[in-house]
Design a protein around this ligand. Structure first.
Ligand code: NDP
Length: 287
């Protein structure tokens, strides 16, 4: 029932607060010490150094901007301070950087559990919230109750890079999907349609569940027949979107980028195939 939280951005603060509410003894450390003030008022202990924070508890939660921040912080303590610790690294970065960090920590006698948190800070400690975890399953099981103070656990495998990979895939979809919403809303506003006015239509349009459940088995089976949609139709449709944005005085760069991908799919011979043929076209762009 004790834990150290290093990194007190909005996420780390929400995590430390959740542990305090759950009755844990919480030690905190942050580069800018003032961010710990509220937590100290709520009962957290402020470590005077990184070494003190690490040695206070076997379980150490990291919530930082990226892994460079992790190295910058952990380099401030002697390596011995890491020996025997379980470092739950909830910092997002690339899968390769998560693997490198797990090896770096292992060299110092610590075990990394990699996590990719799927909710914003207000979601921490609420039902339905979840985090992708990867790393040694026995270590995750040992700390299950402590991890579940924050969110539910979605274990994705032993490879320390996997949680980061699942997270990045989700974030890929999230950013591009949300950017699509913002672009559409810019066109709406340019035409006097407020965000509130368009909201019910946006909610309906952004609900992709039907499409995902229809396409996923076909993608898995390599079945890209154009019986319900064709890439050539998508090109014509996107051209209308780009023209509408331009005519509204809105930067068409986002739909134009999608149009470019669709056109490359047509050029590769998939004009009469489904949009799902783009998965293969995009995979072929690997460096
Ligand atoms: P922030 O970027 O606000 O967290 C920053 C933390 O990292 C602060 O404690 C900051 O210290 C520290 N930090 C950054 N650079 C350094 C450095 N060079 N040396 C020392 N400390 C450093 O992120 P959040 O709190 O919002 O999120 C934390 C992690 O959670 C991120 O990896 C994010 O991707 C992930 N996440 C965030 C979500 C969100 O909605 N916020 C949702 C899901 C995941 P200081 O206070 O001194 O600047």
């Amino acid at each position: 029932m004790s834990v150290t939280v290093i990194g007190l951005g909005p996420m780390g603060q929400a995590m430390a607060a959740a542990y305090l509410r759950a009755g844990y003894e919480v030690t905190v450390w942050n580069r800018s010490p003032a961010k710990a003030d509220d937590l100290v008022t709520q009962g957290a202990r402020r470590a005077g150094s990184v070494e003190e924070a690490l040695t206070a508890n076997d379980l150490v939660v990291l919530s930082l901007t990226d892994y460079d921040a992790m190295y910058a912080i952990l380099a401030q303590a002697p390596a011995a301070a890491l020996a025997g610790r379980t470092v739950v690294n909830l910092t997002s970065d690339t899968p390769d950087r998560a693997r490198e960090a797990a090896a770096w920590l292992a060299e110092r006698g610590a075990v990394q559990v990699t996590g990719g948190v799927q909710v914003p800070p207000p979601g921490i400690g609420t039902p339905g919230a979840s985090t992708y975890y990867s790393g040694p399953e026995d270590v995750i099981e040992k700390h299950r109750s402590a991890l579940e103070v924050l969110t539910g656990i979605e274990y994705v495998g032993a490879d320390p890079g996997l949680a980061a990979l699942y997270y990045q895939i989700g974030i890929d979809m999230f950013w591009t999907g949300l950017a699509g919403y913002l672009h559409g809303q810019a066109v709406a506003e340019a035409n006097g349609i407020s965000a509130e006015r368009f909201l019910p239509h946006a909610v309906k349009t952004m609900n992709f569940q039907y499409f995902l459940e229809f396409y996923a088995p076909r993608i898995a089976a390599g079945d890209h027949r154009g019986d319900v949609d064709r890439l050539a139709m998508g090109v014509a449709s996107l051209e209308h979107v780009v023209h509408t944005a331009r005519a509204s005085g809105v930067d068409p760069a986002l739909p134009a980028a999608v149009l470019d991908v669709f056109r490359r799919g047509v050029a590769a011979g998939h004009g009469q195939d489904s949009l799902t043929s783009l998965v293969g076209v995009l995979k072929d762009q690997r460096a």
